[in-house]
Ligand binder design. Structure first.
Ligand SMILES: [Fe+2]
Length: 183
């Protein structure tokens, strides 16, 4: 028995099923993320993947639509809608995470935590621009990042988390408010 908030398109139901197949393999988090990314990528090219209610944005902040939360809490699927300039705080996650871009291009800035005590700071390390049709996965630790729409049109992405997003309300482990500095 699974919980779904709304009727899904056939390809969206298949995407959820494909994620479930991988999660049931019970691989290590980094491998699970990589496998889920490869399995969802073909769905990102499906023009009828997302029903209209998952494409609605919010002028004030990026909008999260919960597409699916697995009954046993093992994974969640969300659709995120980003207007130009909208971004997350710098954060990391409680579990593995997969990002698949459906429309537009999503920019991810990755950081490393350096120093200690009063000198602890965030150092930007890699900026990745993920374009429509591509998916990538990662797992904590070392997953401190910020995601933004740096383009001038709406971005829609599918994120999959190895956690129960309904119970936690978010897959974010921690938000970082540290100074950002060069190495
Ligand atoms: Fe994230």
């Amino acid at each position: 028995m699974t919980r779904t908030p709304t009727a899904h398109s056939a390809p969206l139901a298949e995407l959820v099923s494909a994620v479930r197949d991988v999660v049931r393999l019970e691989r290590q988090p980094a491998e699970a993320a990589e496998l889920v990314a490869s399995r969802i990528e073909p769905f990102l090219a499906q023009p009828n993947l997302l029903p209209d209610q998952y494409r609605e944005g919010d002028p004030d902040r990026y909008k999260q639509h919960i597409v699916h939360a697995e009954e046993d809490g093992s994974f969640s699927v969300v659709a995120l809608v980003w207007q130009p300039g909208q971004e997350t705080p710098v954060h990391d996650h409680v579990a593995w995470c997969v990002t698949g871009v459906y429309e537009g291009a999503e920019t991810e800035q990755q950081y490393e935590l350096r120093g200690e005590g009063d000198t602890t700071r965030l150092v930007p390390v890699t900026e990745v621009v993920n374009s429509a049709g591509t998916a990538c996965g990662f797992a904590p630790p070392g997953d401190i990042h910020l995601v933004r729409n740096a383009a001038d049109s709406t971005v829609i992405s599918i994120h999959v988390y190895g956690a129960d997003i309904r119970k936690l309300s978010t897959s974010v482990r921690r938000r970082y408010h540290l100074p950002i500095a060069d190495a």
